[in-house]
Design a protein around this ligand. Structure first.
Ligand code: FAD
Length: 311
């Protein structure tokens, strides 16, 4: 039987958890659909920097359950299933999942992003056998060993620093001729004797039988290739937004993320987007929390007035 609710929040990363929490506080009936353990990307991060009130950083596995408990205490119903489809029905949106159908007057899409793949030979075959995107999960297994990090942005630098606490050597393969992102991370990376940065260099193949043994790196300037002996490779070369569940319902921006106005409203009446999945996201935890608050307030006003200014 279809259940009627005020708001369906799709995705239980920090943006979805925060949106559900704020909507619960505003007295709305909320269902939060979670694809896996609530927390999303942050669950893998040992030290989230830049969250106000946590000067020394905070672990995702500490922060996210706290927000989840807070939301559930405010009446948010957490469903441990992904949303499989969203379709217009009556004045609202029918959100389908293995837990049944929910007819929601409004929806917050907070489905985040997934890591882009390198798309090189060996990557898929050796996934989980040395190919990883989680330094805090796999770093402790690399004590005294060698790791390669592909990428030169904030995530790549942060994870290289985590790896350098465990591995004897970390090579960073950076496509450009400089590291991008926060100066504080750059200084730490460049000052770390265990990290060697190779500029203008990309991985072109991951080698190994049952496990990664080498990463083939190519110099973009000379085309020369070198097999770096390594036990693992961690890839942070971009993010792909998870927009399939609302495909065709909401316009996307130039980067394939969901286009929103400053109140996180999409052009589809009653649908907001928040966090990494929305166009222009700063890709920070605090950004996701802020988006969530804006989306919740916009939806609360919509439910009260029926007004939905065009995005
Ligand atoms: C290595 C690394 C380090 C980082 N360090 C920091 C840092 O120090 N400080 C900082 O502020 N930020 C940091 N970030 C960025 C931060 O993690 C993200 O900006 C933030 O977690 C994004 O939250 P989100 O809720 O938008 O998306 P996500 O965390 O990706 O959550 C989205 C959730 O929605 C789920 N989902 C997808 N489709 C569906 C569906 N159909 N139904 C239900 N659920 C679905 C996904 O599985 C996921 O669980 C880091 C990121 C990385 C990769």
């Amino acid at each position: 039987m279809t259940q009627q609710i005020d708001v369906a929040v799709i995705g239980a990363g920090i943006a979805g958890l925060s949106a559900a929490l704020t909507l619960g506080r505003l007295g709305r009936s909320v269902v939060l659909l979670s694809d896996g353990v609530p927390g999303g990307e942050l669950l893998k991060i040992e030290r989230i920097d830049g969250v106000p009130g946590h000067a020394e950083g905070v672990a995702g596995y500490d922060l996210c359950p706290t927000v989840q408990e807070q939301a559930e205490a405010l009446g948010v119903r957490l469903l441990d299933v992904p949303a499989s489809a969203v379709a217009a029905q009556d004045d609202g949106w029918l959100v389908s999942s293995d837990a049944g159908d929910h007819l929601a007057r409004a929806v917050v899409v907070a489905t985040g992003t997934v890591m882009a793949r390198l798309g090189v030979p060996g990557e898929e075959r050796l996934e989980g056998k040395g190919v990883s995107d989680c330094a805090s999960c796999d770093g402790p297994l690399l004590r005294g060993k060698t790791a390669v990090v592909a990428g030169g942005g904030d995530s790549a630098m942060q994870e290289a620093l985590v790896l350098a606490d465990h591995a004897a050597k970390v090579f960073m393969l950076v496509r450009d001729d400089q590291l991008h992102g926060q100066a504080s991370y750059r200084d730490l990376v460049l000052g770390n004797p265990r990290i060697e940065v190779r500029y203008g260099s990309i991985p072109v193949e991951i080698l190994g039988g049952d496990h990664v043994t080498h990463v083939r790196a190519r110099s973009l300037a000379s085309g020369a290739e070198e097999d770096i002996a390594a036990d693992a490779i961690f890839t942070f070369v971009g993010l792909v937004p998870n927009t399939s569940v609302v495909e065709g319902l909401v316009p996307l921006g130039g980067t394939g993320r969901i286009a929103v106005d400053p109140a996180m409203r999409t052009k589809a009446r009653g649908i907001c987007a928040a966090g990494n999945v929305r166009e222009g996201s700063p890709h920070r935890a605090a950004g996701g929390m802020g988006d969530a608050a804006a989306a919740a307030v916009a939806i609360d006003a919509y439910l009260a007035t029926g007004d939905w200014p065009a995005a």
